[in-house]
Design a protein around this ligand. Structure first.
Ligand SMILES: Cc1cc2nc3c(=O)[nH]c(=O)nc-3n(C[C@H](O)[C@H](O)[C@H](O)COP(=O)(O)OP(=O)(O)OC[C@H]3O[C@@H](n4cnc5c(N)ncnc54)[C@H](O)[C@@H]3O)c2cc1C
Ligand SMILES: *[C@@H]1O[C@H](CO)[C@@H](O)[C@H](O)[C@H]1NC(C)=O
Ligand SMILES: *[C@@H]1O[C@H](CO)[C@@H](O)[C@H](O)[C@H]1NC(C)=O
Ligand SMILES: *[C@@H]1O[C@H](CO)[C@@H](O)[C@H](O)[C@H]1NC(C)=O
Length: 355
């Protein structure tokens, strides 16, 4: 039996994870091609490519909507998969203690509502006397951190070994893909911001700008935790280790609709200011004994957000089945394998229907 052609558009964490899940489940029945303008193996990352710029780590949160509940389920699928992946030490993933401090926490947090603690190991509400000044709520739990650019590269290599074809091409519309194949392939659309079948992008998508600093932490510091501090004014300040020697990400901004591609000095200054109060242990001392962050790089990325949240769904356009998987916002890594799992269920339905 000949293999059914599948084209995945996008080589961000979503496209790569979909390719991984499909290749595991349909090893002998699909011929998978991944088409994208940008790849993990690029020497320099384009500003339109979000995934290499991520922290990245997993912070559970209480569900307050249907889309939160769906996202929650996908994060747990991903977490369980990462528990298996860490056993292979080529993957730069590490399970650590996650700590969160929140000023002005909402009742959903205070009451540890549905979606927050389920399936999260060692979840614990911290005693009030242990919280830093200003915070009225804190938790700790076991979670994962990963080295985003390196993790993506490892995925690409593994997928190439499995026989997946990587094709570099900028598409003006999804239907351009049909020109590359004799029979219409099944398209999986993981383009981040919603490339449309007939061109253009989904108008409900918008960027959330994130600026972070990558630092070289002091030597001999054993970072066995990741900390996030949510301030009243909506600012998040966090540190996330990048395993396998990738330094530490200190972040960050969440600027909705802001499209400045270059680092903004004001953002860096504000970040250094907040982080030096909260995370003095990450600072080195200069020859005058003044503490400073040893900055390797300032990163800017645009989280591909969407009104209504992530869209994973199937659509029939002309003769093509199109599976959407885009609009992951600030959670692409947390949702990644869960999205792959959902797409493989859709794929199973489509293939069964065709046969
Ligand atoms: C500062 C920061 C911190 C973050 N921290 C976290 C975190 O802790 N945890 C977490 O889960 N997430 C985090 N994120 C969010 C995460 O990075 C995104 O959700 C994720 O990268 C989205 O992945 P994607 O695959 O959808 O898109 P992208 O990574 O942007 O990939 C899009 C792909 O589609 C291709 N493409 C698009 N249009 C076309 C076209 N027309 N033709 C051909 N190819 C096309 C691109 O070339 C690229 O390969 C963070 C993001 C930022 C910026
Ligand atoms: C798989 O897809 C590629 C296009 O990426 C095509 O060149 C190749 O012929 C296909 N292989 C099979 C076995 O169908
Ligand atoms: C994918 O393609 C569909 C169908 O044309 C489109 O409506 C949707 O917005 C696209 N989004 C992404 C990211 O694939
Ligand atoms: C997903 O996107 C498609 C195409 O843009 C749209 O028809 C559908 O209603 C969206 N689904 C959800 C759940 O938003």
């Amino acid at each position: 039996m000949s293999k059914r052609d599948v084209v995945i558009v996008g080589a961000g964490v979503v496209g790569l994870s979909v390719a991984l899940a499909l290749s595991e489940r349909f090893e002998n029945s699909l011929n998978i091609t991944l088409v994208a303008e940008f790849f993990p193996s690029d020497d320099k990352f384009n500003i339109k490519y979000c995934s290499p710029k991520a922290g990245a780590h997993f912070r559970p949160f209480p569900s307050t909507s249907e889309s939160d509940r769906f996202a929650c389920k996908l994060t747990r699928i991903t977490q369980n998969y990462f528990k298996k992946l860490v056993k292979d030490d080529t993957f730069p993933i590490k399970f650590v203690k996650g700590v969160e401090y929140i000023e002005d926490a909402s009742s959903a947090y205070l009451e540890v509502k549905e979606g927050y603690s389920e399936e999260i190991e060692n979840f614990r509400v911290l005693p009030e006397e242990s919280l830093p000044a200003g915070a009225n709520f804190g938790v700790s739990y076991s979670t994962w951190v990963l080295n985003a650019p390196l993790y993506l590269k490892v995925l690409q290599t593994k997928l190439e070994e499995r026989g997946i074809t990587f094709l570099r091409k900028k598409l003006d519309s999804l239907k351009d893909i049909n020109n590359l194949f004799d029979r219409r392939p099944i398209i999986v659309n993981c383009s981040g911001n919603g490339l449309q079948y007939n061109g253009g992008i989904d108008p409900t998508c918008f960027p959330i700008r994130g600026q972070t600093i990558l630092i070289r932490p002091p030597e001999n510091l054993d970072l066995d935790s990741t900390v996030t501090y949510q301030s009243k004014d909506g600012q998040w300040t966090f540190h996330i280790e990048r395993p396998h020697g990738g330094g530490v990400i200190v972040g960050g901004t969440k600027q909705v609709g802001d499209t400045l591609a270059s680092p903004r000095q004001e953002d860096t200054d504000a970040l250094i200011q907040r982080a030096s109060v909260l995370f003095p242990h990450l600072m080195k001392k200069d020859d005058k004994n003044e503490p400073y962050f040893d900055i390797i790089k300032v990163n800017v990325g645009f989280r591909p957000a969407r009104k209504g949240g992530l869209n994973v769904s199937v659509e029939k356009a002309d003769q093509n089945h199109v599976i959407h998987a885009y609009g992951a916002g600030g959670m692409g890594f947390e949702l990644s394998y869960g999205i792959g799992h959902t797409v493989s269920n859709f794929m199973d339905d489509i293939i069964s229907e065709e046969n």
